[in-house]
Design a protein around this ligand. Structure first.
Ligand code: SF4
Ligand code: SF4
Length: 164
């Protein structure tokens, strides 16, 4: 299991072409075959990784914020909806995102709004979802950021006999 974030970032660059080839290779399978394997690997690997020791997604990505997230954050922080938008969010391509990187709610590697965190944060790295094959570009992006994604993809390559 690889947990070293610097090494994962470096390997993400080195294996960029390999991962694009793996993406093409996966297109030869269907969701019925791939989703159960990815879900199993995700459960196995997530159980062995402590996100509070990592926190990398909160340091390098900006979660997308939906309407219900604003309400929840406002309630948790004890401020108004418009104060949440003004203080923490920015509009990009017609969607709202947390404005700052690292996330302003990350303190000592822990989410200070954990109970009220956005749905995008709850779902990340999204490997429990169906249709893994239709989300491969984002999987490749997350490969160099998230140790869960990195290790799931490497195990998936092994299990499917992908030639590196
Ligand atoms: S809201 Fe919490 S979980 Fe989401 S990016 Fe910020 S610190 Fe991380
Ligand atoms: S989801 Fe991935 S990047 Fe985020 S804290 Fe957990 S292991 Fe790290």
């Amino acid at each position: 299991m690889e947990l070293d974030l610097k090494k994962i970032e470096r390997l993400g660059k080195i294996r960029e072409y390999e991962n694009v080839r793996f993406r093409s290779f996966l297109k030869g399978f269907d969701d019925k075959k791939i989703d159960p394997i990815v879900h199993r690997l995700n459960e196995e690997i997530s159980a062995q990784i402590d996100c509070t020791e990592c926190g990398n997604c909160c340091k390098v990505l900006r979660p997308r914020i939906a309407e219900q997230d604003i309400e929840r954050l406002a309630g948790g922080l004890g401020i108004s909806r418009s104060q949440v938008i003004e203080r923490y969010l920015e509009l990009y391509d017609n969607e709202l995102y947390i404005e700052q990187i690292p996330c302003p709610f990350l303190k000592d590697n822990k989410c200070t709004v954990y109970e009220d965190r956005p749905d995008d944060c709850r779902s990340y790295p999204h490997l429990h979802k169906p249709h893994f094959i239709s989300r491969l570009w984002s999987v490749i992006d997350n490969y160099s950021i998230c140790p869960i994604v990195f290790n799931v993809v490497e195990r998936l390559k092994d299990e499917l006999g992908f030639r590196r």
